[in-house]
Design a protein around this ligand. Structure first.
Ligand code: BES
Ligand code: MN
Ligand code: ZN
Length: 527
């Protein structure tokens, strides 16, 4: 595991803090940081009140009055070295009044669908615990949820997601960054049940962190061959990993993908991963398939980008990273699904052998493409991988993820990823999974009038559609390679990297899509 907090579960009954250290005659080792929750009007849960006793409750009221702490969501009250309790620090986290984006509708949704907000709560606790080396959380709220184990597991997941930090290349750590990562003990009534529930969530959190790590890596370290090599790690979990090198891709006829990579000294790769958690009745399960854009660096090629912000293009493989993280999550929690993950890995560079504007390439599908702009390379890569996957595996559906267009940020900002689909059921299921996980999607249109915009004078199609509707014409392009398979395209240019930080993510590479697609699978496709 990369830099992230360590989490475990302990029995609530094992805690004791009511005796101040002085009175206990030095026999009780004080808990360093004790975290408790307070709701609206400083309501404390029953177990919390029992634990800290009347003196503790009075202390919280007094300190809250002094600090004007009202128990609002995401607010915190820090009480240092209280004389009343055997703790070095009492950290009170608000779980009361909702603010901002958490609308009444969302609350309703959370109630019906499960405890997404425990994820944020975990994030808030990890953040407010700050530089503490160890903390104990009394996992007891004024209104405890029905499924306490699931809530505790989500809470733990939130802690892990929030505390992830990518510091591989910092040789000089600041004082407050040195030392062991934060260790958090979550005190619950039934630790065994919480541990069981947390196992699956840990698998998902690991998948998210794996994806983030890949996105954060610089492109001199993570180029196609190295990226492909790292996917071999998944074999330890039972994932089949098949790496197609340049010779294999040439033999297959992936001319669109290879054209993008031909300007680079780094060879292109395609990786096919398969997790067979469901073998089907007759050994023939119909797989679900996920496809990722993995441009390890996008200079734009001969249609070169400007210098400002070009360093961000190391993240142009966020779609591929998500697919790898998702495969990890599914395999590590032994999901009962047959899932394929396919990624196209290339580096888009200018050079004497780079493809030129006006070049015509032949895709694996047989369709020819006029390359108008070498910076519209992601669709060329995906075209061949999508065609390969539908042709070879005949999946139930394909979902692709790609940092495909700057235009999607013009349309949706960085709150929502763009969703395009030829299938209403798949589209609705994805949108729903987006609401449940907070990885939100907004559907944009497709249609024949847009499709016409990529017809070419010289070839079957061209790779750009002009100034307007840039995300839509990119999706239309992809649709020409799905051959009628139920398909959805997620444009994650605004959400996969450099997205606004949140309660559960402080990393540049967000890992967007892992929790979303894991949820899609667990809600609808597990046998
Ligand atoms: N990787 C970029 C899209 C992108 C831009 C992702 C900014 C994340 C942040 C993609 O390959 C690209 O360059 N798209 C062009 C398409 C255009 C040439 C039709 C774009 O969006 O400008
Ligand atoms: Mn580009
Ligand atoms: Zn790109």
């Amino acid at each position: 595991m990369p830099h992230a907090a360590k989490v475990d579960f302990v029995p609530l009954a094992s805690l004791s803090v009511a005796a101040p250290p002085a009175k206990a005659g030095g026999k009780v080792k004080p808990i360093s940081t004790l975290v408790i929750f307070a709701g609206e009007d400083l309501n404390l849960g029953k177990a919390t009140r029992g634990l800290i006793g009347e003196a503790g409750v009075a202390l919280v009221k007094k300190a809250a009055g002094a600090a004007k702490f009202k128990g609002k969501t995401s607010s915190a009250l820090d009480i240092l070295a209280p004389a009343e309790l055997a703790v070095e620090r009492l950290l009170v986290i608000g779980t009361g009044g909702e603010e901002g984006e958490k609308s009444a509708k969302r609350k309703e949704h959370d109630k019906a669908k499960g405890p997404r907000d425990f994820l944020s709560l975990g994030g808030v606790v990890a953040s407010k615990a700050g530089q503490a080396s160890a903390a104990t959380v009394v996992f007891d709220l004024p209104q405890n949820p029905k499924d306490a184990a699931a809530a505790a597991a989500e809470f733990a997941e939130g802690i892990t997601l929030r505390s992830y930090k990518f510091d591989l290349y910092k040789t000089k750590k600041k004082d407050d960054e040195a030392g062991e990562p934060l260790a958090i003990s979550i005190a619950v009534e039934d630790p065994a049940a919480a541990k069981r529930a947390a196992k699956g969530r840990e698998a998902v959190a690991e998948g998210v962190l794996l994806a983030r790590g890949l996105v954060n890596e610089p492109a001199n370290i993570l180029y196609p061959e190295e990226f492909a090599k790292r996917t071999r790690e998944l074999e330890k979990l039972g994932v089949e990993v098949d790496i197609l090198d340049k010779a294999a891709l040439t033999k297959l006829g992936m001319g669109a993908l290879l054209g993008v990579g031909q300007g680079s000294a780094r060879e292109s790769r395609v990786v096919i991963m398969r997790w067979r958690g469901d073998k089907g009745k007759d050994g023939k399960a119909k797989p679900v398939a996920f496809v990722g854009k993995g441009v390890t660096f996008d200079t734009g090629g001969i249609s070169i980008k400007g210098a400002a912000g070009m360093e961000d293009m190391k993240g142009d493989m966020a779609g591929a990273a998500c697919v790898v993280g998702l495969m990890h999550a599914l395999a590590a929690r032994k999901a009962k699904v047959d899932a394929i993950g396919a990624i196209g890995l290339v580096e888009n560079m200018p050079g004497s052998n780079a493809q030129r504007p006006g070049d015509i390439v032949k895709s694996l599908s047989g369709q020819t493409i006029e390359v108008i702009n070498t910076d519209a390379e992601g669709r060329l890569v995906l075209a061949d991988v999508l065609w390969y996957v539908q042709d070879k595996y005949k999946p139930q559906f394909m979902v692709d993820l790609a940092t495909l267009t700057g235009a999607v940020m013009v349309a949706l900002g960085q709150e929502y990823a763009g969703l395009f689909s030829n299938d209403d059921t798949l589209s609705e299921r994805l949108t729903e999974a987006g609401k449940e996980t907070g990885e939100k999607l907004w559907r944009l249109p497709l249609g024949p009038a847009y499709d016409k915009l990529i017809d070419s004078k010289f070839a079957d199609m061209k790779n750009t559609g002009g100034r307007h509707g840039g995300s839509i014409t990119a999706a239309q392009f992809l649709q020409r390679f799905v051959n009628g398979t139920p398909w959805a395209h997620l444009d994650i240019a605004g959400t996969g990297m450099n997205a606004p930080v949140s309660d559960i993510n402080q990393s540049w590479g967000s890992g967007f899509g892992v929790r979303l697609l894991e949820r899609l699978v667990s809600d609808h496709y597990e046998g």
